[in-house]
Ligand binder design. Structure first.
Ligand code: PLP
Length: 347
């Protein structure tokens, strides 16, 4: 199967498996796992922040941040297709007791402007108004098709949010993909964010894990909340060993995933009925609309599966994601399969 449903489907490389088998470990709840400590120190160093904490999932990293930055009853501003709102199954309401305040990014990029944010911002302190407690950003923006926020834009939003008394959390599940497009380091892309969550288990190819990065005080509190959320793990160095390889080596090859995604986008753009703007395919995510083909996403995905290709569907839109286990040949097979499934002469 050519699995394009997500970049989470990658299998650990032989090098990762060997490192996991040989990892030096200890009890990480005691802070005694040397491999885990090395991974966390390295992540903090790369992001040029004071400290970092391994968490089992991106969702847990985001939710610890939402919890720590807010008070129950506050609003969290987020772009309307953001992961924290749509795919974290209401966790922010349950654990932090906050209301998510979605904002539409009018140009469709998923990258909010300050003017858009300002329409829902409320820090007036009047007791019977919802008060804004946090701004959450997402780079790259998954459901907007892997779109990228520049370091300057992020710095500008952070400056304005801070001036309004708001902390900023970055859901940087795929922040390393953004570095390829912007030629900026992850440190530059997140310089003014108060916390960042990034995933080792997406484009970076590790089997499990994300990392939360921030100040020493923030991470000290995050450690307590990770334990409360059931995320305190013991010989977690087994996972950190793969994470270290993902962190050090995988960013160097992400441009290959982007080239494949671009190739895929160009290939399917020529198929009648597929709506896609190839220029907006900046990273490893290809989202397109099939409404005009007269077929359903369910039907197309089922036919693709028969041809050995897996894709995701959302309403009339489909998503294909490239990653380290996808080759140019796989992409060509996919384009060919899409062409034959959507050939107007076929039933
Ligand atoms: C943008 C974004 N943030 C957060 C997450 C959550 O990561 P996890 O699946 O590890 O909880 C994902 C996962 O798909 C994501 O795409």
């Amino acid at each position: 199967m050519i699995d394009l449903r997500s970049d989470t489907v990658t299998k650990p490389s032989d090098k990762m498996r060997a490192a996991m088998a040989n990892a030096e470990v200890g009890d990480d709840v005691y802070g005694e796992d040397p491999t885990m400590n090395r991974l966390q120190e390295r992540a903090a160093e790369i992001f040029e922040k004071e400290a970092a904490l391994f968490v089992p999932s991106g969702t847990m990293g985001n939710q610890i941040a939402v919890k720590l930055h807010t008070q129950p009853g506050q609003d969290v501003i987020i772009e309307e297709r953001g992961h924290i709102l749509n795919y974290e199954v209401g966790s922010s309401a349950i654990f932090a007791g906050v209301t998510i305040r979605p904002v539409k990014s009018v140009d469709g990029s998923g990258i909010l402007t300050w003017d858009e944010i300002a329409t829902v911002l409320n820090t007036d302190g009047v007791y019977d108004h919802n008060q804004t407690g946090l701004l959450c950003l997402e780079n790259t923006h998954n459901l907007a098709g892997g779109r990228v926020m520049s370091a300057d834009h992020c710095a500008d939003l952070c400056e304005k949010a801070h001036a309004a008394g708001l902390p900023v959390h970055m859901d940087g599940a795929r922040i390393f993909n953004a570095t390829v497009v912007t030629n900026s380091s992850v440190a530059e892309l997140t310089r003014h964010c108060d916390s960042i969550q990034f995933c080792l288990s997406k484009g970076l190819g590790a089997p499990v894990g994300s990392i939360l990065v921030g100040s020493k005080d923030f991470i000290r509190e995050a450690l307590i909340w990770r334990k409360r959320f059931g995320g305190g793990m013991r010989q977690a160095g087994i996972l950190a060993a793969a994470g270290l390889i993902a962190l050090e080596e995988s960013p160097k090859r992400l441009h290959e995933d982007h080239e494949l995604a671009h190739h895929l986008a160009i290939g399917i753009a020529g198929i009648p009925g597929i709506a896609i703007n190839v220029e907006t395919v900046e990273t490893n995510i290809v989202i397109f609309d099939i409404a005009a083909t007269g077929k359903t996403t369910k039907g197309i995905c089922a036919s693709l599966k028969e041809n050995g290709v897996l894709a995701s569907e959302f309403g009339t839109r489909m998503r294909m994601v490239t990653h380290c286990d996808v080759s140019l040949k796989d992409i060509e097979t996919t384009i060919e399969a899409m062409g034959s499934i959507l050939d107007s002469r076929s039933a």
